[in-house]
Design a protein around this ligand. Structure first.
Ligand SMILES: Nc1nc2c(ncn2[C@@H]2O[C@H](COP(=O)(O)OP(=O)(O)OP(=O)(O)O)[C@@H](O)[C@H]2O)c(=O)[nH]1
Ligand SMILES: [Mg+2]
Length: 380
C-alpha cells in the first residue's frame, strides 16, 4: 500500500511547523503513523528540535532545499519507512523555496507513484506579511521585502493547490476580506482556507480536504530561475548552536534569557534596515526532560513571543538560533555575536559558548528533476 505524501509550504515564518505539528497530531489521533521531514539550507534546525519535542519521528534534510536534494528526500522517506513505517509523510520545505510542484511533487508522482499518493500542495500565508506584499496594509505596515524576494513569495502562491490564510485571529474582518479577495483574484484556481494553527480554529476543514484528495493533473508554472536565485540570495541565513551554562548565573530563567536574546538581535537588525523574515530559537535543557523553550519573531515590527516555555530554571542547556533576514550574512553574524556578549555581560556568571555557526546566502537553486507536466512529459 502506498503512503500519503503531504507538503505544507509557505514563506518563512508563515506557521508551517506549527501547522505540521497540528496536522501530525490530528492524523495520529485517526490511527495514522506519521513521518516528518524538515528541510533547510543550513544544519542545526530549530524546526526538527521543535517537532521531535512533540514526540514525532523526524528526518532532516540539511544543506539545501528539497528540489535540489530530491534524492535525499526519497532517502529520508525510506529511512523513516525502515524505522517506523509511516502511513503519512508530512514534509515542510524551506520557506524561501518555490517551484515545488515541478521539482518535488511531479517527480514523486512520476518516479515513485507506486510508493506515494501525493496530496494537494498547501501554501500558508502570514496575513500581516501578505497584506504588505499585496499593498493592502492600512496601518503598522512595516518594511517590505525587495521585489525579487516578493517574486518568490508570489510564485509560492501561484503554484499552490490550496492557500491557507493562517493566524486568522491576528487580523480584523475587514483586513481578512481584503486579503481573501486579493488572493481569490490573483490565484483563482486555488482552494482557500482561513485558520489559526495556534488556536486550532478552521483546521479541520483544511485537514479533511487535503487528507481526502490527491493533487490533480496539471502543468507546472514557469519560473525565472535568475530572479528566483537573486531573490533567495538577498536573504541572509544564520544558524548557530550555543552551549549555555547557567549554573552560576545571577538569573537562570531560560524563558527570560531566550526572550532577552531575541530582543537583542531584533533591535539592531531592524535599525540597520535588515527586515527579519524569521528569527527562531530553541533552548533545550540537558536535564533529560522533553521540555524546550521556543521563541519566534516573524517581522522587524512584530513582538517576539514564546511558543513553548520551560517550567523550571535551567542549568546547562543547548541553544539553537536560526535567523533569516534580508541582510548580509556578515551583518547577521555580527548582530548575533554582539547580542550573545551583551547577554553574558548583563547576567553575571552566565556563559554562552558557540559550538557551531554558519552564515551564508543561499546558492542558486539547481533542481535534481524538473517535470513540467504531472503525467508523461519531457524532463528539462
Ligand atoms: N498568532 C498566531 N501565531 C502563529 C499561528 N501559527 C503560527 N504562529 C506563530 O508564527 C511563528 C512562526 O511559526 P512557525 O510554525 O515556526 O513558522 P514556519 O513557517 O515553520 O517558519 P520557517 O520554518 O522559519 O519558515 C511562531 O511564533 C508561531 O507560534 C497562529 O495561528 N496564530
Ligand atoms: Mg518551520
Amino acid at each position: 500500500m502506498s503512503a500519503r505524501y503531504l507538503m505544507i509550504g509557505g514563506f518563512l515564518g508563515a506557521g508551517k511547523t506549527t501547522a505540521v505539528t497540528r496536522f501530525a497530531k490530528w492524523l495520529s489521533e485517526r490511527g495514522e503513523k506519521i513521518g516528518l521531514i524538515t528541510n533547510d539550507q543550513g544544519s542545526q534546525l530549530v524546526d526538527s528540535m521543535t517537532l521531535r519535542s512533540h514526540g514525532f519521528a523526524v528526518e532532516e534534510i540539511a544543506g539545501g532545499c528539497f528540489c535540489c536534494r530530491f534524492t535525499s528526500l526519497k532517502e529520508a522517506a525510506d529511512k523513516l519507512t525502515n524505522d517506523s513505517k509511516p502511513t503519512v509523510f508530512i514534509a515542510e520545505p524551506v520557506g524561501s523555496c518555490t517551484d515545488l510542484v515541478a521539482t518535488v511533487t511531479y517527480p514523486l508522482r512520476r518516479l515513485y507513484g507506486s510508493d506515494f499518493s501525493v496530496a494537494p500542495l498547501s501554501v500558508l500565508v502570514d496575513p500581516h506579511r501578505a497584506l504588505r506584499v499585496f499593498d493592502l496594509a492600512t496601518s503598522d505596515d512595516g518594511k517590505r521585502f525587495s521585489d525579487k524576494v516578493i517574486y518568490i513569495y508570489k510564485k509560492q502562491l501561484e503554484e499552490a493547490d490550496v492557500i491557507v490564510i493562517n493566524k486568522r485571529e491576528l487580523i480584523s474582518d475587514a483586513e481578512f476580506a481584503a486579503l481573501d479577495a486579493a488572493l481569490a483574484a490573483n490565484y483563482p484556481s486555488a482552494k482557500r482556507f482561513a485558520v489559526s494553527a495556534r488556536s486550532g480554529d478552521g483546521l479541520t476543514a483544511w485537514f479533511n480536504y487535503v487528507n481526502g484528495s490527491n493533487q490533480g493533473a496539471g502543468t507546472a508554472m514557469g519560473v525565472d530561475y535568475d530572479t528566483y536565485a537573486e531573490g533567495e540570495a538577498l536573504l541572509g541565513w544564520f544558524n548557530a548552536t550555543v552551549a549555555v551554562d547557567a549554573r552560576q548565573a545571577a538569573d537562570a530563567d531560560g524563558n527570560k534569557l531566550i526572550l532577552a536574546l531575541m530582543a537583542a538581535v531584533q533591535k539592531p537588525l531592524t535599525a540597520a534596515g535588515a527586515e527579519i523574515a524569521h528569527l527562531k530559537m530553541t533552548l533545550a535543557p540537558d536535564d533529560g526532560s522533553n521540555e524546550i523553550a521556543t521563541a519566534n519573531v516573524v517581522a522587524g515590527n512584530r513582538t517576539a513571543e514564546l511558543a513553548q516555555s520551560l517550567s523550571d530554571d535551567i542549568e546547562r542547556a543547548q541553544l539553537i538560533i536560526n535567523l533569516r533576514a534580508e541582510g548580509s550574512p556578515e551583518l547577521l553574524q555580527t548582530v548575533v555575536d554582539s547580542a550573545l556578549a551583551e547577554l553574558e555581560r548583563a547576567n553575571q556568571g552566565l556563559t554562552l559558548a558557540v559550538d557551531h555557526r554558519e552564515c551564508f546566502r543561499p546558492g542558486r537553486p539547481v533542481p535534481t528533476h524538473r517535470f513540467t507536466e504531472s503525467g508523461a512529459g519531457a524532463e528539462r
